[in-house]
Design a protein around this ligand. Structure first.
Ligand code: PHE
Ligand code: FE
Length: 281
């Protein structure tokens, strides 16, 4: 029985992974590598490069933490699964990213509701090599502890969902992905950019904090930022009055539209039918 410390940190036990587990990692990694060129934002691809989480197998957190620490002062800590909110935020506030250690099974390659090591490491960690994003996630951790105290966690959680997990970014080359929930999913990496069904709105802090989300299927709504500095600056103000302001407004479904919505139109991207993109998966 592994002992769980009050901060929920455990040993990754890197030597304990089986050949099959390393093989699943390689499969997922190679598939996303192919898909993400031209889809992931350049900050993500640069981070992935710098971390050297090659296709060789499940990485050792100690090695990754060393590289990450030298780049932005972040570390990876192993946790057994989802941890209590206050524990999660406290880690982020100290620039420690809690990562699960287990990898999905071969029959779950395409969809998993719970985070696994592939999502946590390949989805989240590369962007932590970027100084602005690294500061954003630490500020989010501090904001999380504050929101817990104020009783507005649900609103702050939506910000995490629509940025850290499912965010899109407008670049000179076209729309790109930075959300880790998308980056670790083969199907959604294609769908979020190419499929005509989901709505893509320009980033709007208050709008995001009012909008519910679904966890059981591809998103029906994405929010698009212009750059990480915009995200960092927009979230810098004290949220206490903003929580008050939106507390009186109704929550919105992902399919709802309101007057202030600004749709993102990507003039640069060629229209590709979903059937064509699906063939690349
Ligand atoms: N500025 C926010 C607050 O006062 C904290 C925060 C920063 C939250 C970045 C999310 C992201 O609560
Ligand atoms: Fe995640």
């Amino acid at each position: 029985m592994t002992t769980v410390r009050p901060d929920f940190v455990i040993e990754q036990n890197w030597r304990g992974y089986s050949q099959e587990e390393h093989a699943i990692w390689r499969l997922l990694f190679e598939r996303q590598q192919r898909l993400l060129v031209g889809r992931a934002c350049r900050e993500y691809l640069a981070g992935l490069d710098g971390l050297d989480v090659a296709a060789s197998g499940i990485p050792d957190f100690r090695r990754l933490s060393g590289i990450l620490d030298r780049a932005t002062g972040w570390q990876i800590v192993a946790v057994p699964g989802l941890v209590p909110d206050d524990v999660f935020f406290a880690h982020l506030a100290r620039r420690r990213f809690p990562s699960t250690c287990f990898i999905r099974r071969r029959d779950q390659l395409d969809y998993l509701q719970k985070p696994d090591i592939f999502h946590d490491i390949c989805g989240h960690v590369p962007l932590l090599m970027n100084p602005v994003f690294a500061d954003y996630l630490q500020a989010y951790g501090e904001g999380g502890l504050k929101a817990l105290g104020l009783g507005h966690l649900q609103r702050l959680a939506r910000l995490y969902w629509y940025t850290v997990e499912f965010g899109l970014i407008a670049t000179a080359e076209g729309l790109r992905i930075y959300g880790s929930g998308i980056l670790s999913s083969a199907g959604e990496s294609v769908y979020c950019l190419d499929d005509p069904r989901p709505t893509r709105l320009r980033f709007d802090l208050r709008r995001i904090m009012r909008t519910r989300y679904r966890i059981d299927d591809f998103q029906e709504l994405y929010f698009v930022i212009d750059n990480f500095q915009q995200l960092f600056d927009a979230t810098r103000p004290d949220f206490a009055p903003i929580y008050q302001e939106i507390a009186v407004l109704p929550d919105l479904q992902p399919t709802a539209r309101i007057d202030r919505d600004r749709e993102f139109v990507d003039g640069r991207r060629k229209k590709i039918g979903p059937h064509i993109s699906a063939a690349q998966v």
